[in-house]
Design a protein around this ligand. Structure first.
Ligand code: F6P
Length: 538
């Protein structure tokens, strides 16, 4: 065990009962002192159950875990995704033109910009109407077909940046293998005005390929089954040119990326094509610049002023020492309504691991469960549990000083609620306060707010492509920090494979017109038989 880890365990026992009220009373400047403004972001982390000693021990843990070396290795293009022998270079996707990041002896930045230029040309043609559908009509609807990182990033960014999007185009995102997803997305759409972007790193993913085939059928049946229509209505985003060509998409209509971009880190690669079509190449570039600013901050800032490092260390503090099982992400910004879902893949697919890089079983917890909803809606649903339940749930509140839709007093009310929630969680409401208010004795326990519930508050200027890039990069690097400390591979995802393989066995068993020979466990066998019966096959 690392010395800083044992020191933190000991320190936890000393401060676990210390109340935030006391920490604030002892240090009236705490609210300003425990905050960092850097890389265009402002983080108030004063409402965390930490002292100066906690911070210095956490920083020692980062040093003992080799976090600096890990960061350098990522930016150097080392194959830090050990189980897949791959480099992890999403930072190259947002590197400015003219800079250099080397992968296998080659500067990849010019390659990145060549794809960005091709995307920009395409996006401009669709937006300007120069790219026409098969019958000569303008494209009015764009449908991204993808799943996981090839869906969550695009849909989150589209929703987040909708304010900046071209409203003469509609955007839809089809991910689920459930046919309802596709059926509802195309309802009322005219195939002659619809463009599909098939987004898949591998171009073999069951859901995406099934939806893409269904899309092709839908399109062709609306366009007299003229196969030559495909070229005007389908483009692909992938690393796999062979499979793209096999599907029937001309590879000149393919936008590439590379095996050193993980699916959940691919929003700023060509996977962001739908986002670029929606908001335009300049706004997309501004988003990439936001990412890059935080990359540089992460790479160069001293750890005690390094936002992703601090957020990562705080996450470790609650996860591994307080035993918190979950963490809530609560954006007070309606446009960020898919941000928690996006973060779920980023955090849990990255750090939901049970072995270290060398394959040894960990004897500590790795990623907490991330969840959340935009505020204030969550306040009228699950916040009860955060305030008075029995579990400790560290929260990240995200708020913006300026709204994109000024409507009377709405925004002040929204922001007042974020501040109020963080205050209520931290300081609670004591018995003494309640008695002073004349609350009946029998109600006092029910109405008691113990407080001492930790949170971060991120207060940003306004939601722009640039700030979105900064926010996403902040979480990406916080996830990296946590993974480095746990010593795990944050960039593979073997845990998704077994279910995929079993589904491939079960599909023909559900479809077969003759009784299949079933060799699953008795529960799975019974479910398959029952499904077949309900479906009316037997
Ligand atoms: O199932 C998990 C996963 O591999 C994710 O990591 C990835 O984002 C998603 O599937 C989609 O993969 P692809 O882009 O290759 O279709």
């Amino acid at each position: 065990m690392r010395p800083a880890w044992s020191a933190l365990e000991k320190h936890y026992c000393e401060i676990k009962d210390v109340h935030l009220k006391q920490l604030f009373a002892e240090n009236p400047e705490r609210g300003e002192r425990l905050s960092v403004e850097a890389a265009g972001l402002y983080l108030d982390y004063s409402k965390n159950r930490i002292t100066d000693e906690t911070l210095s021990l956490l920083l020692r843990l980062a040093a003992e875990s080799g976090l600096r070396e890990h960061i350098d290795a990522m930016f150097r293009g080392d194959k830090i995704n050990a189980s897949e022998s791959r480099a992890v270079l999403h930072v190259a996707l947002r590197a400015p033109r003219g800079t250099s990041i080397i992968h296998d002896g080659r500067n990849v930045v010019p390659d990145v910009h060549a794809v960005l230029d091709k995307m920009a040309d395409f996006a401009n043609r669709v937006r300007g109407g120069a790219w026409k559908g098969h019958t000569g009509r303008r494209i009015r609807n764009v449908i991204n077909i993808g799943i996981g990182g090839s869906d969550l990033g695009p849909v989150m960014a589209y929703q987040a940046l909708r304010h900046y999007s071209d409203r003469s185009l509609t955007f839809h995102f089809v991910s689920n293998i459930d046919g309802t997803d596709f059926a509802e997305a195309v309802k009322g759409l005219d195939p002659a005005e619809t463009l599909f972007i098939v987004s898949s790193k591998t171009f073999t993913t069951l859901e995406t390929m099934t939806n893409a085939r269904t899309a092709r059928d839908w399109l062709l049946s609306g366009l007299n089954r003229d196969e030559s229509a495909i070229a005007r209505h389908f483009v692909a985003v992938s690393t796999n040119a062979l499979e793209v060509a096999k599907f029937g998409i001309d590879t000149t209509n393919m936008f590439g990326f590379w095996d050193w971009v993980g699916g959940r880190y691919s929003l700023d690669s060509a996977i962001g094509l739908s986002t670029m079509v929606a908001i335009g190449p300049e706004n997309f570039r501004a988003m990439l610049d936001g990412f890059h600013a935080v990359d540089e901050h992460f790479r160069t800032a001293p750890f005690e002023r390094n936002l992703p490092v601090l957020m990562g260390l705080l996450a470790i503090w609650y996860n591994n020492f307080f035993g918190a099982q979950t963490a809530a992400v609560l954006p007070y910004e309606q446009y960020l309504n898919r941000f928690p879902a996006y973060l779920q893949q980023l955090t849990m697919e990255s750090n939901g691991k049970h072995v270290t890089l060398d394959g040894t079983r960990v004897d500590y917890d790795t990623s907490p469960i991330y969840w959340g909803e935009p505020g204030t809606n969550g306040q009228h649903s699950f916040y009860q549990l955060i305030h008075q339940g029995t579990r400790l749930i560290p929260c990240d509140f995200i708020a913006f000083a300026k709204t994109l839709n000024p409507l009377g007093a709405h925004h002040d009310m929204l922001v007042a609620n974020v501040f109020a929630q963080a205050e209520a969680l931290a300081f609670g409401k004591s018995e003494t306060q309640m008695r002073a208010e004349g609350i009946q004795d029998r109600l006092v326990p029910h109405r008691l707010f113990e407080g001492n519930r930790p949170s971060n508050t991120l207060l940003l200027d306004s939601l722009t492509p640039d700030t979105l890039g900064r926010l996403v990069a902040l979480y990406e690097h916080s996830v990296f920090t946590q993974g480095a400390i746990w010593g795990i591979d944050s960039f593979d995802q073997w845990g998704v494979e077994l279910g995929k393989a079993l589904a491939q066995q079960i599909i023909p068993q559900l479809e077969s017109t003759t009784e299949p020979e079933l060799q699953h466990d008795s529960s799975t066998n019974a479910l398959i038989r029952r499904y077949r019966k309900l479906k009316g096959i037997v």
